[in-house]
Design a protein around this ligand. Structure first.
Ligand code: SAM
Length: 347
């Protein structure tokens, strides 16, 4: 194997961006990619055995004040049918998830100004009061450090905020000028400093992305040391400016899952819905590349299609709470099993 690959496996890091770029180039060799995948699986099993953690995903609002160019629920999209779940509806989703045995709920939404600190804090209190044994993850975008502090104090345990790309120029090509990469990175550091189990992440194959941009994502992740990393392929949405762009590569996404498992061996790493959307066995292949988390959708069925980030997003069958038994079987066919624990980050 190339010296660089051996060194990456040994040290869980490389020296600089240039080296990460070379690593990605070397992974074009199938034997090298397989070697790395095997090491990723070994590490994942060393820390997590055959367990797959499960999170119930509740997409509770698709209102958003941002206009990320890739995202189907960006505020410019007049065709998006907007919805916002009430606290009662959200709690009913949790109840459904609880009955299925889920012990983590993820509340995800656009950056919806209706959810002021007061309302979100109230919501966090209600969920934690009703389900004290469960972990609560929020994924509601950028907020002030004071706001993060209030949410943490209210009982939220984890926070997902993908950085999307760590390269300044690339970030500028995916977002309007009013959105800022330094602010996004600062939010992630603030979340970590407040004791949230923090999730960063990026899309693979977003327009304009090359190995050079991905290399910077790896440098950033190593430096941030997030407890969770979300990686999924970019998929175009028909009502966005990127509608004609090609989707990201499943193969490259799988390689990056293995790279990130080696970079951050104890990381909580989901096999994402986007991966399952692009390839029928994408989720299983994600788990076999080093991922150890799945996030079935437990939002109300009526609203799932409206949370349309990209075209053909999976929200039924094994991707949904009601397909739990089928998911269980599919996971078992690859030698893993669904764990009903909270599945916190290892310390
Ligand atoms: N508003 C929150 C935030 O900014 O973190 C959470 C919701 S946001 C819609 C969740 C994630 O969806 C984003 O971080 C982005 O990576 C992903 N996403 C959006 N559009 C996508 C697309 N076209 N293809 C793949 N993933 C996409």
């Amino acid at each position: 194997m190339p010296e660089l690959v051996e060194r990456f496996i040994r040290n869980h890091k490389l020296d600089d961006r240039e080296e990460y770029k070379k690593l990605l180039e070397q992974l074009e060799e199938p034997e090298t990619a397989e070697y790395l995948r095997t090491e990723a699986v070994r590490l994942r099993e060393q820390y997590y055995g055959k367990k797959i953690y499960i999170r119930g995903l509740i997409e509770f609002t698709n209102y958003c004040r941002n206009s990320c160019y890739y995202c189907g629920i960006n505020r410019e999209n007049q065709k998006a049918v907007r919805y916002r779940l009430s606290a009662e509806e959200i709690l009913a989703c949790c109840e459904n998830g609880w009955r299925l045995g889920f012990r983590t709920f993820v509340l995800q939404g656009g950056e919806d100004p209706w959810f002021t600190d007061k309302r979100l804090v109230q919501l966090v209190h209600s969920v934690k009061e009703a389900y004290p044994e469960c972990a609560l993850t929020l994924s509601v975008g950028e907020r002030s450090i004071d706001s993060f502090y209030r949410l943490r104090k209210a009982g939220a345990d984890r926070y997902l905020l993908r950085h999307e790309t760590a390269d300044e120029v690339h970030y500028g090509n995916l977002h309007p000028a009013c959105m800022s990469l330094p602010i996004r990175k600062q939010c992630l550091r603030n979340l970590k400093s407040l004791g949230f189990q923090t999730g960063a992440g990026f899309m693979v194959g977003s327009p304009g992305q090359t190995y050079w941009e991905l290399a910077e994502d790896l440098v950033f992740l190593k430096d941030l040391q997030p407890e969770m990393v979300g990686i999924g392929p970019f998929i175009p949405h028909h009502d966005t400016r990127f509608c004609e762009e090609p989707a990201g590569s499943v193969e490259l996404t799988l390689k990056l899952l293995s790279v990130v498992r080696i970079l951050l061996p104890t990381v909580l790493l989901p096999a994402t819905t986007a991966l399952g959307t692009l390839s029928a066995d994408g989720r299983e292949r994600g788990l076999m590349a080093g991922a150890n988390v799945v996030m079935p959708n437990i939002s109300p069925k009526n609203n799932r299609k409206q949370y349309s980030l990209y075209d053909n997003k999976l929200c039924e069958n094994e991707e949904a709470g009601e397909g739990f038994e089928a998911l269980k079987r599919r996971v078992e066919t690859i030698g893993y099993y669904l764990s009903m624990e909270r599945g916190d980050a290892l310390v």
